[in-house]
Design a protein around this ligand. Structure first.
Ligand code: HEC
Ligand code: HEC
Length: 266
């Protein structure tokens, strides 16, 4: 009898019991934490999507943009007026991280965006409410289902002189550059054409119809989704980089062979 109780109490203190206890403890804490954070996340989501209005956008604008663009969008010595640039220009500039500008440079560089999508849309709504300008496109315009071949043709005629035929980007004068378009979203392609950031011309509906823009966007998206099948693209710079490649490696190996042959004959 006494032995039996002793064995039982021994059993309770076996290493397995401790491990099981710790396991159960971990499971409970983990479960509660996961449940709580999921609940927090869902409540945070609903509060953000309903809370931000043009009024919040006004506050964000006054805190982050007004020093350069003026309290009434009138502009200042450090930033242009934003009359008539519209919500699309604001979305483009802020979502690509160009704005707020941090240091004066020949061209506003892209950086990770400093605001959430909701905040950006709120600032855009505020600017649009003060002085309307180009608006967001219809879903169909940026769906990438247009005529890819026609879009590539239009791109070569209208855009390739700055952005390169393969949209790999190119240098412009005075330290400015047309960026590579390999990572740009469809919305920002449309926005760039309609608002003409910085040195880029505005392509309004007289120069390129909505259908033309849809085709160009489709061809750029096609380029993004289809890597070059021919191995090394050499930067897609065309004859310059290919000529340089042959110049250095082709002529280089010819010289090497000549040196080798003469060394043999000696
Ligand atoms: C340090 C000064 C500065 C700050 C801060 C700043 N900007 Fe700008 N912004 C500029 C300058 C300079 C340009 C024009 C240069 C360029 O486009 O490269 C510009 C251009 C723009 C344009 C394009 C205008 C056009 O004609 O297409 C928009 C839109 C814009 N800013 C919005 C904003 C918003 C929104 C904020 C706040 C989140 C902001 N900016 C903060 C200096 C500033
Ligand atoms: C005169 C030269 C020029 C031409 C022509 C031109 N662009 Fe641009 N493009 C630029 C410059 C410069 C920028 C960068 C502006 C900035 O950073 O503020 C730019 C920016 C862009 C961007 C934004 C890229 C990004 O990652 O944010 C897109 C998209 C774009 N261009 C598409 C086009 C398309 C499509 C065409 C033809 C319909 C075109 N561009 C014609 C000079 C040009």
């Amino acid at each position: 009898m006494a032995r039996e109780t002793k064995r039982r109490s021994n059993g309770r203190r076996s290493p397995w019991a401790a491990a099981a206890l710790i396991g159960i403890g971990l499971l409970i804490t983990g479960g509660v934490y996961a449940g709580a954070s999921a609940a927090m996340a869902s409540s945070a989501d609903t509060s953000v999507s309903t809370a931000l209005t043009a009024e919040d956008g006004k506050k964000l604008f006054q805190a982050n943009c007004a020093t350069c663009h003026g309290l009434d969008l009138q502009g200042s010595s450090t930033g242009p007026s934003l009359f008539g640039v519209g919500e699309l220009a604001v979305e483009f500039q802020v979502a690509t991280g160009r704005m707020p500008l941090q240091a004066s440079a020949p061209q506003a560089p892209q950086k990770p965006p400093q605001f959430t999508e909701e905040q950006i849309l709120a600032i855009a709504a505020y600017v649009q409410s003060m002085a309307p300008g180009p608006v967001f496109p219809a879903e169909e315009t940026i769906d990438g289902q247009g005529d890819v071949a026609r879009g590539a043709e239009l791109f070569r005629v209208n855009c390739a002189m700055c952005h390169n035929v393969a949209a790999a980007g190119g240098a412009l004068t005075e330290g400015k550059y047309a960026p590579a378009l390999g990572k740009t979203s469809a919305l920002h392609m449309y926005a760039a054409m309609v608002t003409g950031p910085q040195n880029m011309p505005v392509f309004n509906d007289m120069t390129l119809t909505t259908e033309d823009k849809r085709d160009i966007i489709s061809s750029l998206l096609f380029l993004q989704q289809n890597e070059s099948p021919g191995g090394f693209s050499l930067g897609s710079l065309g004859p310059v980089s290919e000529g340089l490649f042959i110049w250095i490696f082709g002529i280089g190996s010819l010289i090497a062979i000549t040196v080798w042959i003469t060394a043999k004959s000696n």
